[in-house]
Design a protein around this ligand. Structure first.
Ligand SMILES: NCc1[nH]cc(CCC(=O)O)c1CC(=O)O
Length: 311
């Protein structure tokens, strides 16, 4: 393997995304101190458009411009939140994942300026979130709360909360951690109380196919357990074929004994129906586990629920 002299890293330009790039640079500096890196920040459709993501073909809204820069040769490595990489279709032709970094916290946090926990919030409390996954689950477990649309990067959402545009906020712990604002979290919600999105907390490193020097260099950053979890989760979504308005949640987990499991749910938007599946891989490879869990939900009627939601 010949290690490249320079690796140009493309990413969204939000504070969270740039912190992600710094993590990649730091890990790369340990493994290959001789490699220089440059950052190529780009704004994505999802960063510019503050309306409903389904109006801009939500899928890929946070990745399209990043992928384009990689494919155009303006950068050699793209850093994505795996959660934002569409899984219903293959990766853009000519690109491949070279590594998945060790997974961060997959849980959501509640932020309430008065310090209340989710169960303590009074009826009518306005919770800022545009996530159909969070809205459906809150409708199911806390129907007395009111969800208000809340878009923008994590810093922007914290500003909007401080400005009184909502009384409380649900955001990913990993997002808060990356912008160094874990201090604002009032309560960490268990993955059972608020099922995370597929791909939560995983940074995916994407390269051009055939760029073997970069791929070989970057693959050393990969975390094997996260790779198994990511593969199971991504195949699960691929088989399920959701759309950007379908509330889908779940996570794979490699336990201490090395056993891989995948737990997943499909909800109706009102949270009144929730389909559940939880399987262990046993002798199945991660992708087959993902397929099996998707099929289990389809057998319970997931297709009808997903197709019945306007998008
Ligand atoms: N859409 C913004 C976004 N993209 C990825 C994350 C969380 C970080 C991750 O899971 O990797 C967030 C913030 C949030 O959902 O609150």
């Amino acid at each position: 393997m010949s290690v490249p002299e320079l690796i140009r890293i493309v990413s969204r330009d939000s504070p969270m995304a740039l912190a992600q790039v710094e993590r990649v640079r730091a890990e790369l500096a340990v493994l290959h101190p001789q490699v220089r890196t440059e950052v190529v920040p780009v704004k994505t459709t999802g960063d510019k458009w503050m309306g409903d993501l389904s109006a801009v073909e939500g899928k890929g809204a946070f990745t399209k411009e990043v992928d384009a820069a990689l494919l155009a040769g303006e950068a050699d490595l793209a850093v994505h939140c795996m959660k934002d990489v569409p899984a219903d279709r293959p990766l853009p032709a000519g690109t491949t994942f070279a590594a998945f970094l060790k997974r961060d916290d997959i849980r959501d946090a509640l932020i309430h300026l008065g310090g209340l926990t989710l169960d303590e919030l009074p009826a009518g409390t306005r919770v800022g979130t545009s996530s159909v996954r969070r809205v459906a689950q809150l409708a199911s477990t806390h129907p007395e709360l009111e969800c208000v649309p809340f878009r923008g990067n994590v810093n922007r959402r914290l500003e909007k909360l401080a400005a009184g545009e909502a009384d409380a906020l649900l955001v990913a712990m990993s997002g808060l951690e990356r912008i160094d604002r874990l201090d604002v979290a009032t309560e960490v919600l268990s993955a059972e109380a608020m099922m995370p999105p597929i791909g939560a907390g995983i940074l995916a490193l994407q390269c051009r196919e055939g760029d073997t020097d970069v791929i070989d260099t970057i693959s050393g950053l990969g975390h094997p357990e996260t790779h198994r979890e990511a593969t199971a989760e991504r195949m699960f979504l691929h088989v399920l074929q959701g759309h950007c308005n379908s509330p889908i949640a779940g996570y794979a987990q490699v336990d201490r004994s090395g056993e891989l499991s995948l737990r997943a749910c499909v909800f109706t938007p009102d949270g009144k129906t929730r389909l559940n599946a939880h399987e262990w891989a046993g002798r199945l490879d991660p992708a087959t586990l993902g397929t099996s869990v998707a099929v289990a939900l389809l057998r319970q009627g997931a297709r009808e629920i997903i197709d019945g939601i306007p998008h």
